[in-house]
Ligand binder design. Structure first.
Ligand code: IPE
Ligand code: MG
Length: 239
């Protein structure tokens, strides 16, 4: 039996796949008169604790949107800071998430060599972990995911590996960056009400939860409230 942060027994249904568009790091820092980069640091610290909490609740898969293909439009200093955050802290990310398989979704072009090496190392070290999956969407765009999958399918059809009539909603998923089940609950922090080119294919029937809380302030108790809200939803999948 699980207890939430208010001490209540949790009898709620726990979503299998939760995805978070973590937003508001910059505003969190600016509100405190700090540089935006310190907001990213605070966001990363929060993520380590929050992911642990979410997995403890029984969520099998957690997807997080940490860097979009469009984020490259930001100042070089901020982009570099975000890249360094991953390289410098990856050990901690693994240690805090024991028996979690960490996978990365996104384009690898234009990413620094040391960052790619770090990503490869994280995936290699955690590949046999099987309690949970942490899907890190990094240099990710939902439209690119679908476009890149379509290109791979075209190549496989040309090689005779797959027949065009075998392409359906399920087989298409095998060609996405990672074959991940559909999102049950999508959370976005910081008050923005949009999906910003996140996992478009996998959010076909997601329940959506938007909160004004900035990501560094989004704690376990806030997640538990999202689960409460999720349990009030009537999921019909079009039926
Ligand atoms: C989210 O916080 C983290 C990343 C996109 C890397 P933001 O950096 O978007 O923070 P705001 O939206 O400017 O406050
Ligand atoms: Mg933002």
């Amino acid at each position: 039996m699980c207890y939430n942060n208010f001490g209540d027994k949790m009898t709620d249904v726990v979503p299998n796949h939760v995805a978070i568009i973590l937003d508001g790091n910059g505003r969190w820092a600016l509100k405190r008169g700090l540089k935006r980069s310190l907001g990213h640091k605070a966001g990363f610290e929060n993520l380590k604790k929050l992911s642990k909490h979410i997995f403890k609740r029984g969520v099998k898969i957690l997807s997080i949107f940490v860097f979009s293909t469009e984020n490259f439009k930001r100042d070089k200093e901020e982009v570099d800071y975000l890249m360094n955050l991953l390289v410098d802290n990856f050990k901690e990310l693994i240690d805090k998430n024991s028996n979690v398989k960490i996978v990365f979704s996104g384009r690898r072009e234009n990413i620094r060599k040391d960052v790619i090496e770090t990503i490869d190392k994280i995936e290699e070290i955690t590949k046999d972990n099987d309690d949970h999956i942490l899907n890190v969407c990094f240099n990710f765009g939902g439209q690119f995911d679908i476009i890149d999958a379509t290109k791979k399918i075209y190549l496989d059809i040309n090689k005779g590996k797959i027949n065009i009539d075998d392409i359906n909603e399920e087989t298409f998923k095998k060609y996405l960056y990672n074959e991940i089940p559909d999102i049950d609950l999508l959370i976005r922090t910081s008050g923005e009400i949009r999906v910003s080119n996140f996992m478009l294919y996998q959010m076909a029937y997601s329940e959506m939860y938007f909160t004004n809380t900035l990501f560094p302030d989004f704690k376990g108790k806030d997640f538990d409230l999202a689960i409460k809200e999720y349990n009030k939803r009537n999921r019909r999948f079009g039926g």
